[in-house]
Ligand binder design. Structure first.
Ligand SMILES: *Cc1c(COP(=O)(O)O)cnc(C)c1O
Length: 227
């Protein structure tokens, strides 16, 4: 299957799942996760209609962002953030999905160039208290959200999670639903409500859409397996 065929199929799956879930059409955005992919593959996906790409590794991403600077791509940083990388992330990306401490938020805010629009931020949530995963615990979301909302060069957009893998659709839906409920509750306490639920990957994006995701992050199903 070609990249453009894969994209066509996923877009059909998204539309069908929106219908099945009784959601308005076109309320789910597709972020193509392009880690380990070449500028040529990204260009192919771009010409098949994708404008948002997600990268996990800063050095790898900077090479591609530079190589593709003639294309109007929206770049999303979705990897773990080391504090010495915040300056380059704030300068070269439009979105960051993986903020989980005030210190990192402060550094991104400080490093965001004055002439750029505010950096769009999602807070990564560690739903299952897994030691191996980054993200804030559920109790710490609201204080962090409130802090980020106070920073002038950041714009709090939403919550992101990578739940514990489940095989069965109903269990997948149930875990994503927990993030949706937190999202709704926390929005009641914020002056400017969030609009983005970043959840769902190749193996579970239909469940995520059923549970209310507004942005799915898909790599393998678009580009094929990674090495
Ligand atoms: C790699 C990655 C994805 C995409 O995973 P696939 O299973 O290839 O779709 C999504 N989100 C994050 C944070 C990732 O690191």
């Amino acid at each position: 299957m070609s990249i453009s065929n894969n994209i066509k199929h996923i877009q059909q799956d998204i539309r069908q799942t929106e219908i099945d879930a009784h959601r308005p059409l076109n309320t789910v955005q597709l972020l193509a996760v392009s880690k380990q992919r070449t500028p040529a593959e990204i260009t192919e996906a771009f010409h098949a209609g994708i404008t948002r790409f997600g990268e996990n590794y800063l050095q790898e991403a900077l090479i591609k962002i530079n190589a593709l600077k003639q294309l109007p791509i929206e770049w999303h940083f979705i990897g773990g953030i080391q504090s010495n990388k915040t300056k380059a992330i704030a300068e070269h990306f439009n979105w960051v999905h993986t903020v989980s401490t005030e210190a990192i938020a402060d550094r991104l805010n400080k490093a965001r160039p004055e002439e750029s629009s505010p950096l769009n931020i999602c807070i990564q949530v560690n739903l299952d208290h897994e030691d191996t995963k980054s993200g804030v615990d559920v109790m710490d979301i609201l204080p962090l959200a409130t802090h980020i909302s106070s920073l002038p060069h950041l714009r709090l957009r939403g919550l992101m999670t990578i739940p514990r893998p489940e095989k069965e659709l109903p269990l997948q839906i149930a875990s994503f639903q927990r993030l949706t409920t937190l999202f709704t509750d926390i929005n009641l306490a914020l002056k400017n409500p969030m609009d983005t639920l970043s959840m769902g990957m190749s193996a579970d994006f239909k469940a995520a859409i059923q549970a209310g995701s507004t942005l799915i992050r898909v790599g393998t199903a678009i580009f094929g397996p990674r090495t």
